[in-house]
Design a protein around this ligand. Structure first.
Ligand code: SF4
Length: 373
């Protein structure tokens, strides 16, 4: 994915910058998840390894390339990695016996917008992806997925210079994202804003209505998040609590040098966070006027078409409430309805999917009942 916000000057705001703020910007009834430290982190939930983070100097867009001990929020806990859900009888039964809410069970700290838009496609698939990450990871090696990633990267490199910066803590990693966001504020102040999402396709065709629905949800959530951020609804405590970041943590030498080189005399993560939130709130950044999705053909990078997405706030919020109720453990995961059973043909988990199996059995029962009438 590559999302940009376009003002009078074309600007690109990467997914990382918006996604980095993730769920913390959602309406409060959607964000009160309980987080668990990730297994790779020490007892205090922090790593001390040195990793390299890319920082963009020219036009200020962050490209996060976290490595080392940092895990994706979508990786399971060690205990889950060590067990094979398929060897433990019914997944549904096992999930019910586990008293934890899904976020706790998967060891996730927060949700990304990508998680939510995938959920709109098939919630059950997201659950299998979390429980069986090795299958999901295989998908990332598929040529069509790789080609899409290359196009996104190429698009980002058109508008930014990348400078590698060594980070020494998780706070350093987030500081780089925050510095990039700060450097972009001046561009975001420029006139009308257009949020543009890039989607790449293996065929020179528009996606199906079901795919487009999940894309619409995705860009609509971006707008909600962005606007919550510039309206001062994003709180420091929310960030530090959900991401388990230490405000008093001093920057590593390279992050400190970079902050100074771009004109900021901050030395701890908490100071930088204050500065970012203050700037976002008082910089008079306009709201996003237009949401667009550009569909691009992977083979030659030509544009298939651009869709303008109407923003329907009530619809987005109601979808979010529905999806979040699963993460909060208020209901079971749902697979696709029978009308969308075609999605199962493209699903990596079709062979093991209990939802699909139960729907097939239900359909067989109904057929038999109809025949016996
Ligand atoms: S097989 Fe169908 S219902 Fe099951 S996870 Fe895949 S898409 Fe969803």
């Amino acid at each position: 994915m590559g999302t940009d916000l376009t003002g009078m000057v074309q600007r690109e705001l990467s997914d990382e910058e918006l996604l980095a703020l993730d769920l913390d910007l959602f309406p409060t009834d959607c964000v009160e998840f309980i987080e668990k430290p990730k297994p790779c982190e020490g007892g205090d939930g922090h790593t001390s390894s040195r990793t390299t983070e890319s920082c963009c100097t020219d036009q200020g867009t962050a490209e996060a390339t976290c490595s080392g001990n940092e895990q994706s929020p979508n990786q399971p806990t060690t205990s889950e990695q060590g067990s094979d859900p398929l060897c433990e009888g019914s997944g549904t039964k096992r999930r019910k016996q586990d008293g934890r809410i899904p976020l706790e069970r998967f060891g996730w700290k927060y949700l990304t917008v990508t998680d939510l838009s995938r959920q709109a496609w098939c919630e059950q698939q997201v659950v299998y992806g979390a429980e069986l990450p090795h299958i999901k990871e295989l998908r990332e090696d598929i040529p069509v997925v790789k080609a899409g990633s290359c196009l996104h990267l190429a698009r980002e490199l058109e508008v930014q210079d990348i400078v590698p910066i060594t980070v020494e803590s998780r706070e350093d990693k987030w500081a780089v994202k925050m510095l990039n966001l700060l450097s972009m504020i001046q561009f975001l102040q420029a006139g009308e804003l257009e949020l543009r999402e890039l989607k790449t396709r293996g065929n020179r065709t528009y996606p199906s209505a079901a795919q487009r629905k999940s894309h619409h949800l995705q860009v609509s959530i971006y707008k909600l998040l962005f606007e919550a951020m510039i309206k001062g609804q994003l709180k420091k405590d929310t960030i530090t609590h959900h991401l388990r970041l230490r405000t008093e943590q001093p920057f590593g030498s390279e992050v400190l040098a970079h902050a100074q080189s771009v004109g900021y005399t901050v030395s701890t993560f908490g100071d930088l966070l204050d500065l970012v939130l203050l700037n976002l709130t008082y910089a008079e950044i306009p709201t996003v006027d237009t949401l667009k999705i550009e569909y691009c053909y992977q083979a030659d990078a030509s544009v298939i078409g651009t869709e303008v997405v109407p923003f329907e706030e009530e619809w987005v919020k109601s979808e979010l409430r529905h999806y979040c109720s699963f993460w909060k453990g208020q209901r079971e995961a749902r697979g696709v309805d029978i009308e969308e059973a075609w999605k199962c043909r493209y699903c990596d988990f079709a062979d093991i999917c209990e939802w699909r199996q139960s729907k097939a059995e239900e359909a067989t029962r109904k057929n038999r009942a109809n025949q016996s009438k």
